[in-house]
Write a protein that binds this ligand. Structure first.
Ligand code: GLC
Ligand code: CA
Length: 556
């Protein structure tokens, strides 16, 4: 395996709209991020991924880009961006842009031109198809619900949008369109960004016939990812992309990939893969299964353990995965993963430890480091997210009461992760002096950065120690390159693994059960405790007793 500059780095995702507002308009901005660079540096962060900051109508919160070369006014100016970049560089930190190139906004100049003339030059930047017998070209359901085809007024053409109708899909078979994308990517790399998080990229390859599938719901439609799963050849597009852009700059790329085909891992993240790394979403399959979408039980953690271990074992000979507990599309991890008895500081630290010390690149999400939680909302009007609104509507139509539908949103909504960052206990959590664009979680008076900075026992203080341990001169290599070895996998309520490199090793033992647990393991003999989320840790004769939700890291 060739060593790369990013192998031992720790990354952090910022959702700019909710990070820090400096001009009182209720929307986070680039100057707010620059202000907080020292905070992130102090936490132990090397790489910052910014969710989209390009010009956008914000139908899907910036994932609908109307000009790839402009910073949206809400976030500031290009000068502000240049300052952020320079200030990050000074601190030896890297900035990643979010690359949304499966689709753009319907307000993008290309699409506006295409609408006027679907058969013209710009029509071919997108997918315009004629309807069939008064129906859309195929029965695909978009990721946000409803048909993935939108009728163009005044003619019999429809255009494809795998996400919202305001997000038309770009035609990757058109070399002219591709050249425009590549030029744009290289322009940002020239500017000095270190790479990209790459949005929804698996969707770029389409079956040009757009054949219909057996319906999978009463709406007669089928999820559009059925086509993605079936079509071959995304790899050729990805190689061309890489060769013409990222490769030229040693850029770091982390891809959002769902529905990858079996056995393609090496092509995606191997030494010569399409990307540097991709997010490990293996937990998704577990969390989406039985007992409601996100309801958590210890049983679920048990299952998660096996999925996680399989994934780690499968990936370690191939490349590096990016390990995440949270992002802007999923609820907060304490609510999502932990049983009721573990939804506290100990539980948060335990989860953080398990995830951060896996093999791969750790990605933290803003607010995770202080244990931010899902946010209760009073009505559907408090929600902004396009996906949540559709889910709420569908729930009501299927017979749920408003209260029940709202409760479902509380557990599943993407807005749970998008509420403003909680900096202190002043009005609006110190996020803004104006009215925040999205409700602030009422728990901010207790859960906030300021309070946790001055508390040596806080989740934040713990994360600092955890990241410092991962980067310590003694253990950095082990945590970066060490093999992943599951320990005592069949012991119930225990999640334990060892990282090993030559003669050095470190091990994690987490008791996610409700009762005390005594474990005996070879990895404990001769080892010293490096970190724990609770006091009173004593390893004696290769044995240790863990309190409920206790995690320890030991090394030798
Ligand atoms: C990705 C983003 C999500 C967005 C979608 C469409 O999944 O993470 O927020 O809605 O792509 O761009
Ligand atoms: Ca602002």
């Amino acid at each position: 395996m060739n060593k790369k500059w990013w192998h031992d780095k720790i990354a952090y995702q910022i959702y700019p709209k909710s990070f820090r507002d400096t001009n009182g308009d209720g929307i986070g901005d680039l100057n707010g991020i620059t202000q907080k660079l020292d905070y992130l540096k102090d936490l132990g962060i090397d790489i910052i991924w910014l969710s989209p900051i390009y010009q956008s109508p914000f139908v899907d919160e910036g994932y609908d880009i109307s000009d790839y070369y402009q910073i949206d006014k809400a976030f500031g100016t290009m000068e502000d961006f240049d300052i952020l970049l320079a200030e990050a560089k000074k601190r030896d930190m890297h900035i990643l842009m979010d690359l949304v190139i499966n689709h753009c906004s319907d307000q993008h100049e290309w699409f506006q031109k295409a609408l006027k003339d679907p058969e013209g030059e710009y029509g071919d930047y997108f997918y315009f198809r004629k309807g069939k017998d008064g129906n859309p070209p195929s029965n695909y359901r978009s990721y946000f619900g409803g048909s993935a085809w939108e009728k163009v007024e005044g003619c019999d053409y429809y255009y494809l949008h795998m996400f919202a109708k305001e997000q038309p899909d770009l035609n990757w078979n058109n070399p002219k369109m591709l050249k425009e994308l590549y030029d744009m990517i290289n322009w940002w790399l020239e500017k000095g960004v270190s790479g990209f998080r790459i949005d929804a990229i698996i969707n770029i390859k389409k079956d040009p016939d757009f054949e219909s599938f057996e319906p999978d719901g009463p709406d007669g439609l089928t999820w559009v990812w059925r086509m993605v799963e079936k079509v071959e050849g995304v790899g050729e597009l990805l190689e061309d992309l890489k060769k013409n852009t990222f490769d030229r700059y040693e850029a770091f790329t982390v891809a959002e990939v769902f529905n990858m085909k079996e056995n393609e891992l090496d092509q995606f993240i191997g030494d010569n893969g399409h990307f540097s790394t991709m997010f490990d979403f293996c937990a998704h399959s577990v969390l989406a299964s039985k007992k409601g979408p996100y309801g958590s039980t210890a049983e679920k953690l048990e299952k998660l353990k096996h999925v996680l271990f399989q994934s780690q074992l499968k990936c370690q000979d191939v490349g590096f995965m990016a390990n995440v507990l949270e992002n802007h599309d999923i609820p907060r991890c304490i609510d999502r993963y932990l049983p009721a008895y573990a939804q506290n500081a100990s539980g948060a630290k335990m989860l953080g430890t398990i995830s951060t010390l896996l093999r791969g690149i750790p990605f933290l999400y803003q607010g995770q480091e202080i244990g931010m939680r899902n946010c209760p909302m009073d009505s559907i009007d408090d929600y902004d997210d396009i996906g949540t609104r559709w889910e709420y509507q569908t729930a009501i139509e299927s017979g749920l009461s408003q209260a029940q539908a709202l409760n479902a949103c509380y557990h599943t909504s993407r807005d749970n992760a998008r509420t403003p960052m909680q900096w202190d206990s002043s009005l609006s959590a110190g996020f803004s002096t104006g009215k925040p664009w999205l409700k602030v979680n009422p728990n901010y008076t207790k859960v906030n950065v300021e309070a946790q900075l001055s508390d040596g026992d806080s989740i934040l203080s713990y994360y600092k120690k955890l990241l410092a341990l991962r980067k310590s001169s003694e253990y950095r290599e082990v945590f970066t390159y060490g093999a992943f070895c599951p320990l005592l996998e069949d012991t119930e309520n225990l999640l334990a693994y060892e990282r090993k490199l030559d003669h050095k090793s470190a091990a994690v033992f987490a008791n996610f059960g409700e009762k005390e647990l005594t474990v005996k393991a070879e990895a404990l003999s001769g080892a010293t405790v490096l970190l724990s989320n609770q006091d009173n840790v004593l390893i004696k004769e290769g044995q240790i007793t863990l309190a409920p939700c206790q995690v320890i890291v030991c090394g030798r």
